[in-house]
Design a protein. Sequence first.
Length: 102
Amino acid sequence: WNAGNVLLVAQTMGDAVMEPRAISALTRRGISALIYMTIFTREITAPDFLYSLDIPVVLLNCYTADYAFPAVVPSEIAGGQSATRHLIAHGHRRIATITGEP
C-alpha cells in the first residue's frame, strides 16, 4: 500500500471459460500488468487471449514452448540440494523424498 500498488487475485481453477472472463474483468478495472500462474511447475499452452493483451504478462511457475512471455520458475534441483545439505548438516543420514507429480 505504501507504494500505491494493489494486488488483485482471480482464481479460475484452470477453467478455460472462466479465465478470459476473469482477465477481461481485471483489465476493465485498469490493471497495469498480469501474473498468470499455475500450481504445479509445468509447460503450458498459453491461452490465445494472453497474446492480445496490451499490458505486460509474466508467467509464474509455468512457461511456454515459444517463450513469448517472461517466466519465473523454481529451481527444484537447487532447492532439493539445499534441503538435503541442511538435513545432513544437522546430523540426519537416512533421508527420503516423496514427490506428488508423475
